[in-house]
Every structure is written in C-alpha cells, then in structure tokens.
Design a protein around this ligand. Structure first.
Ligand code: MIG
Length: 700
C-alpha cells in the first residue's frame, strides 16, 4: 500500500498524466471537404475540427489533425523539427467514391499500397498488395485536452523497434513508454520517461517495415501492451503524424533523413576516444590526466570540463580553480587534445554577471502566466531560464557561445540538464512558463513544448559554434525527434553495473534506428563504482561505441583507463588503439550518416531479417559497425558466449585465415580472441589507419 502511494506521488510530481478513459469519434461531412483536387484532403467541420492528410512523398503519408478553435497556435503545415512538409512534387491524388476516399501508390520494390479513408469516423485502412495490414483511427477528448491515435494490425505477429532512448528490451512490444523529458539519475531497466523523446515506432512484420511517427513535443504515452494495437496518447489538441513503408531499414532511414535531416559533419576528432569525470579540478588535475594519456601512449582526443570549472556554476565563466584556463587550454591543444566544457540552461541570478544582466535587460528569461520571472534552484542556486524557442534568445545564446569560444579557445560544447532539469519538486519548469515563438507570433505554455526545450538549446548552441567552424561538436543529454541535426548524444546517468553495460547496446542501437547516429553511454557507468572486471568489459565494448567516452560521478574513485591495474590498462590501451586504426572507417560511416541517415552502429537485423537476427539473445548482444564488421563483446564475467553470424562468409578479425560460414551460431571463447570478438564480412572494404596515433591529427 505504502509503495503504491509513494509511486503515485512520484508520478504526480513528474507530471505523469493519466490518460482519459472516454474518447469521442471525430466525424467529417462531405461538405467539410475544402480541397478535393489536390493530393491532400482538407477538412474543417463546424466545430472546428481540422484534418489535412495525404502523401508527401511516394512512401510517406502525413496526417495533420487539430481541434479546438481557441488554439493560440495552428500547427497546420508547421513542425518544430520536420524539414519537408509539402506534397508539391508528389502526385498521389485521392479518389472519392460515395463518401469514401482512396489513394494508391506503388512502393519501391513493387508492392502496391492502398489507403482508404472514411471521413465519417476519421478512420484509415491500409493494405499492401490488396491485403489489409492495419487500420488507424483518431479520437479525441477535448475536455481533457487529449488526442488518441490507435493503430490496429490484422496480424499480431510483429516487433516494435526504434523509440529512441529507452532501456532494453529493444523490442518494445508489450511495453508502455512515456515521453516527458526527465532527468532520472537513478534510472534502471524499464524506467520511463528518460532524458530524450523520439516518438518513432518501427514495426517489423514479415521482413517489411511500417514506421509511425507522432510529432508533438507535449506529454505523450505509447501503449504497446496489446496484442495487435499500438496506442499513442498525446496531451495536446494538435499534431503531425507520419507513416512510412519500406522493404528494408536503409530505405526507412533515408525517409527519416528526408523528413528530419541528418547530423552535421562532425569533426574527425569527435570519433576519437574521450575522457571525462565530474569533475576534473583544479586545472592541474586536468593537466595530469592529459599528461598521463600521452605518457602511457593511450590515445585520447577530448577532455571534458564538468561544472566545477565554472565560477559558482555560472555558465560561460571560469572559477578560481581555473584562473589559468587560457594557458591550460593552449597546453592541452599543444598535446593534441580538444577541450569540451559543460553548460546548463539555468542562469544564476546575480547582478553584475553579464549573462544574467543581458538576459534581464532583453527580457530573454521565461516568465509565468502572471508575467513573473520564473525562479528555480539548480546548481548555481536561484536561476532564470532562457526561452530557447525565441529566435532572439537563440541568437543571443549563440553569441554567448561564440564569445566563449573566442575567449577560451574551447572546441565543442556539452549541453547538460536541458530536459530542463531543476531542483523544483516537479524536477522541471512549471507548466505555465510562457514561451514565445516569434516567427509565428505564438505564445506557448511550457507544458506543450516541454520535450523540445533541450533540442532548441542544442540548436542555439551549435549555431554559436558554426560561426567558427563548419564541423561543430555539441553533446547533449536531452533531445527530441530529429535532434541529430544539432547534437550528438549520450545516455545520461547510467549505473556501474552489468545490467547497464548490457543495456548500452540496445539503447545505442535504438537511438540509431530513430535517426541519431552518434551516441554513447558513459563507459564504466556514471553512478556507482565499477569492479575491475566490469570496467574491463566496458572499455572493450565502449571503445567501439559511435561516441566513446569514459565518465563518472562526483565522489567516485578514479575511472581512467589505467585506474584498474596494469593488466586492464594494457587491455584498454590495445582496444583504444584498435579504435584509432578504424577511425577512417568510422569517418566513412559518419559520412554515410550525414548523407543518408544510416546509423553507425547497426543491429544484426539491419540488412537481414531471419529468425536468428530477430532473436534478442543475438541482436541485443552483438552489433554491426557499418555493414562489414560484427562485434560480439563479452557482457558478463563469463569468458564464453555464442555468436550468430548473418548469411555470407565471415573472417575472424584476429586470425584472418579462419573462415566462418554465416547463418549459423558459433560458440566463442575469450582465449581465442585477442581483445574482443570481431568478424569481418568477406566482401568488406575497411579504410584503416596504420599510423601509431595518440590522437586524430589535424586536417587528417
Ligand atoms: O546533476 O554536471 O548527466 O554527466 O557529470 C548532475 C554534473 C548534473 C548530470 C550529467 C552528468 C554530469 C553532472 N550532471
């Protein structure tokens, strides 16, 4: 009983909302149809329910729905994150037949796709090659301000992948997920919500993929606990919904890239190994760390400065322990390191602190409904929060970043606490914080855009870096669908235990399938203390994450590659050296991510669907780097495991003469592999570097 009470209490504090039980059907009449001739149907009925739907590309179908005439905003043909909303180039018209609408197209690969729409119930029925696959209906509860999208499959046999940053299992069928960006420093397996929101569902059925995307940054819940149904509940009265179809994941990733864009071409050094802790302080400690890497010849490209470099946790300042920051950063650059400091959205209230003064003077901080400035405690004490939706605020923030780069010579920015996280009982801003979206002259309450706050902080930040460089690097904790455009990501405050080690692969793979290719988890775990074996396993695996960084919490013992004895130091060194040999390969994969949106780290079912690639034992414990390298790390203390190799022929990385015929399972043993089991596809071309690098050379 007590437990239930406590959990209810936490749920309430986190703003976890209860979904309504009663839903109303939405009905349109033929007289509500405003635009018969185009590819899109436009309906608006006397009670101001609005629907706009049609193909925006051969395989991308869009539904825009809004209700409530009193909306301050009108999302129609607007998205916070989508680049392409128009259907101008597509000619897939609707045909009407006695109040029923039909649109037909042929997908890449030849399948015939048909969508039938019943306006009287706002009900869509879709079929492939004349076989009905799923239906979709939209309902609403206006009084409670919720929309509900129900997708019902005919055949209950499917997997659900994607969904961004969530813990294992990777297949979310049977689960419920909440999108409400939250700082959860004690997250464990199954915790939801987490820091980021990627409401993108990839359904795999019989080797074919259906993608459903619910583009709305308010609180939402995805209920996949039912045999045949996927239910999206959104606490808002308007949204954009997309559906796409694809016969393989590469096709799906390209559609995603078309809609949401792809990562910036990151600097090559961002693919090197990186070292962090909360916090390396004073500045001499940073020097020691840098020097140790070079003395020990363990390659490393980036050192992070966590919040203690600041003066009283004030963003864009250096404190007492870093008065020599200029010299420090110069020295680090001399040694071939890049320096990435952290910044948080909370700005300390302190007269004379330029960031505070400028923010006040220009009215850049968030206010509540009564026009009072919002004041909430975070690390610096009482803080105000920039309204990152406001273009003027974004420009100001970009100029702060630019000045910071000029002043200190830093190389990238690490955005933290941008869910946003606060010390308030709600753990975030109050729901009525008033955001101003100048481009449209909209005022929006925080509650309606919560999940996109961090996304806009990264946008403003990366735009600041772009003044100096075409290859900016921003790392973020919070993000939203399409966030790969502005920043790379890490999976927040994981824990130093075996479950989190194991979870890092499904998390990174899921984010990759959702469009975010550059991701890593804190190697060794953030909270807690890894035992030496755990760190050993973790550095071996983490050295190959797309984003590879060791990081640990305040108060924990040292967590550098050499902190666990000579033996592990040697293993770490050899592993990181192998990563550096592969940097050209990583760079070509980054290029592919930039051009086509493919993930760098891919699940084994990425190119091949069969009963083994769809067995979680394998797809959650192995990964492909690009198409050619397959990694099967040891994820427990045991030095034995099985590996499934997809069809084709594979060579052992370590004993090149050893050939494995694919589509089978092989038992493997640590003794037989020098560091980590790696298999090389027989038609692989792997660009590599054979220089003995300690860091990625300039202009390489
Ligand atoms: O409340 O800046 O996830 O990586 O070291 C803690 C201190 C704030 C949380 C981040 C973590 C970082 C820490 N931050």
């Amino acid at each position: 009983m007590l437990l239930i009470k406590i959990s209810n209490f936490t749920q309430k504090r986190l703003n976890i909302k209860k979904t309504p039980k009663k839903w109303n059907t939405i009905a349109f009449n033929s007289s509500d149809n405003q635009n018969e001739s185009s590819n899109e149907l436009h309906f608006i009925n006397p009670i101001e329910q609005k629907l706009r739907t049609g193909f925006i590309r051969n395989s991308i179908f869009k539904i825009f729905y809004s209700t409530n005439k009193n909306l301050a905003t009108n999302y129609e043909n607007f998205s916070w994150t989508v680049k392409e909303l128009d259907s101008n180039s597509t000619k897939i018209p609707w045909q009407e037949n006695q109040g029923q609408f039909k649109a037909e197209t042929t997908l890449q690969g030849g399948k015939k796709l048909k969508i039938a729409f019943d306006q009287s119930k706002t009900f869509f029925l879709t079929s492939l090659n004349d076989e009905v696959v799923f239906s979709l209906s939209i309902k609403e509860n206006k009084a409670k301000k919720w929309l509900f999208f129900n997708i019902e499959f005919i055949n209950p046999d499917y997997n659900i992948f994607g969904l961004g940053e969530q813990t294992e299992p990777m297949d979310k069928k049977g689960k419920e997920i909440i999108f409400w960006n939250t700082d959860n420093p004690t997250y464990r397996m199954g915790s939801t919500p987490l820091y980021q929101s990627w409401p993108i569902t990839l359904v795999q059925q019989n080797g074919f993929f259906y993608t459903f995307i619910c583009d709305n940054p308010a609180f939402s819940k995805l209920d996949m606990q039912h045999q045949k149904e996927i239910k999206y509940f959104v606490h808002d009265l308007q949204l954009n919904f997309y559906i796409f179809w694809g016969s393989n994941l590469k096709d799906i990733m390209e559609q995603l890239a078309f809609l949401f864009g792809t990562t910036y071409p990151l600097p090559k050094w961002a693919l090197g190994y990186q070292q962090s802790r909360y916090s390396y302080t004073p500045s001499n400690r940073v020097r020691e760390i840098a020097k140790s890497f070079r003395d020990k010849c363990i390659p490393c490209d980036v050192i992070y400065l966590d919040i203690h470099y600041m003066d009283n946790f004030k963003c864009f300042t250096f404190g007492n322990e870093f008065t020599d920051y200029k010299q420090l950063i110069d020295e680090l650059h001399e040694l071939g390191f890049k320096v990435v400091p952290i910044i948080d959205p909370g700005i300390k209230i302190e007269q004379g602190y330029p960031v505070y003064d400028e923010g006040i003077k220009n009215n850049f901080f968030l206010k509540d409904r009564k026009n009072n400035l919002i004041t909430i405690k975070v690390w610096p004490g009482d803080c105000h929060f920039p309204d990152f939706l406001n273009k003027d605020v974004q420009n100001w923030w970009s100029s702060l970043v630019q000045r910071f780069v000029d002043q200190a010579g830093i190389d990238g920015i690490w955005c933290d606490m941008n869910e946003p996280s606060t010390f308030d009982k709600r753990r975030t801003l109050q729901p009525d914080a008033q955001h101003h979206f100048k481009e449209k002259n909209w005022t929006l309450e925080h509650e309606k855009i919560h999940n996109i706050f961090g996304f806009f902080m990264t946008k403003a930040t990366v735009e600041g870096l772009l003044y100096k460089s075409n290859n900016p690097f921003v790392l973020t904790r919070s993000s939203y669908l399409g966030g790969q455009k502005y920043a790379s990501a890490w999976t927040g405050d994981n824990h130093s235990d075996w479950a989190h080690l194991k979870n890092s692969i499904p998390s990174i793979l899921s984010l990759g399938l959702s469009g975010q290719p550059v991701v890593g988890s804190d190697i060794g775990g953030f909270t807690g203390i890894p035992d030496p074996k755990l760190y050993e396993r973790w550095i071996i695996q983490g050295a190959f994450y797309p984003f590879s960084r060791t990081h640990t919490a305040i108060g924990t013992p040292d967590q550098e590659p050499w902190s666990f004895g000579e033996n592990i130091e040697n293993i770490a060194k050899a592993t990181i050296k192998l990563r550096y040999k592969l940097i050209p390969y990583y760079y070509s994969l980054l290029y592919e991510a930039f051009v086509k949106g493919y993930p760098i780290m891919r699940p084994i079912f990425f190119n091949e669907i069969n009963r083994f690639t769809l067995d979680k034992i394998y797809y959650e414990s192995e990964f492909l780097l690009g198409d050619f390298l397959l990694f099967a790390p040891y994820m427990t203390k045991s030095n034995k495991r099985d590996v499934y190799l997809p069809p084709g022929e594979w060579y052992s990385w370590w004993k090149k003469e050893e050939l494995f015929v694919g589509d089978s399972i092989y038992p493997i043993d640590e003794e037989d592999n020098e560091i980590i089991p790696i298999f090389l596809s027989d038609h692989a071309i792997i660009p590599m570097s054979f220089e003995n690098l300690n860091f990625v050379p300039k202009n390489s």
